[in-house]
Design a protein around this ligand. Structure first.
Ligand code: NDP
Ligand code: 8X3
Length: 252
């Protein structure tokens, strides 16, 4: 039985990925997030629907001490981590650089870049010891192409791509595979978070098109984790059919 650790499992992609791995069976899950009620509810549902063994860890990935403390609390039977899915992340704000907020920059860089590094730093030594593992980082098309009013979010995902490539180089000799998934617009809580709770602005992001949904990303993760041992997926870019790139969408 393999163990997968999924950060940001309380919503959107992370939650859908947890259900997908549970459905595939053969996985014990470590799920994380800051909202403890959601973690409790998800744990109960995974156990009831799939008899999945679950450990839920409630902490903020921006706090390295909290990451270390949570990691230390993992029961021995879950300590061999085979798959790490670095999914926790967000965009905060969508304004031109001169009007945007430093606090939003801190939140994006601390979560999307530093949080990912804190978690990866804790998981990699075990993977090196076992000479195997798979790390999947949730990047974005924003990591490939910069768009107006998104400079810092795009920078954070460009950093995720650089880290992904660097990890792949440094860890290949240890039998550790490193992948990324780079989605375009997907309707989750992402835009509500980006617009600081403004549901109307969030809805408008997807007007006139059919966005991706969390199941589409779970499909992509399923493809990556089910490849044979000799196959490593570097990156999968996935867009809604009506989105050509970060700033051209065909809305009807
Ligand atoms: P959601 O807002 O639905 O989910 C984000 C998850 O991240 C939540 O579970 C949240 O948990 C967790 N999270 C956020 N900040 C922290 C933190 N400081 N500490 C711990 N957990 C945190 O968004 P998505 O599912 O859409 O996004 C998941 C990932 O996919 C992100 O990295 C995002 O950048 C990326 N992405 C999203 C796209 C989209 O259009 N939706 C497209 C491309 C990439 P909690 O609040 O409980 O802490
Ligand atoms: C989210 C995709 O294009 O909304 O990472 O920035 S986009």
């Amino acid at each position: 039985m393999k163990t997968a650790l999924i950060t940001g499992a309380t919503s959107g992609f992370g939650r859908a990925i947890a259900f997908r791995l549970a459905k595939l069976s053969g996985y014990k899950l470590i799920i994380t997030g800051r909202r403890s009620e959601r973690l409790d509810e998800l744990t109960q549902q995974l156990q009831a629907d799939f008899s999945t063994e679950v450990v839920a860890l409630c902490f903020d990935v921006r706090d390295n001490n909290a990451c270390k403390k949570a990691f230390k609390s993992i029961p021995e039977t879950f300590q061999r981590i085979d798959i790490l899915i670095n999914n926790a992340g967000l965009a905060a704000g969508a304004l031109p650089f001169d009007q945007s907020d430093l606090a939003d920059y801190d939140q994006m860089i601390d979560t999307n870049v530093k949080g990912l590094l804190y978690i990866t730093k804790l998981v990699v030594p075990g993977m090196i010891a076992q000479q195997s593992g798979l790390i999947i980082n949730l990047s974005s098309i924003a990591g490939i192409e910069v768009y107006p009013n998104g400079s810092v979010y795009c920078a954070s995902k460009h950093a995720v791509n650089a880290i992904t490539k660097g990890l792949r180089i440094d860890l290949v000799k240890h039998g550790i595979k490193v992948s990324s998934v780079s989605p375009g617009m997907a309707e989750t809580e992402f835009s509500v978070v980006r617009y600081h709770g403004d549901e109307e602005k969030a809805k408008a992001v997807y007007s006139g098109l059919t966005p991706l949904n969390a199941e589409d990303i779970a499909d992509t993760i399923e493809f990556i984790v089910t490849r044979p041992a000799h196959v490593s997926i570097n990156d999968i870019q996935i867009n809604p059919a009506q989105q050509a790139n970060t700033y051209v969408a065909h809305r009807v």
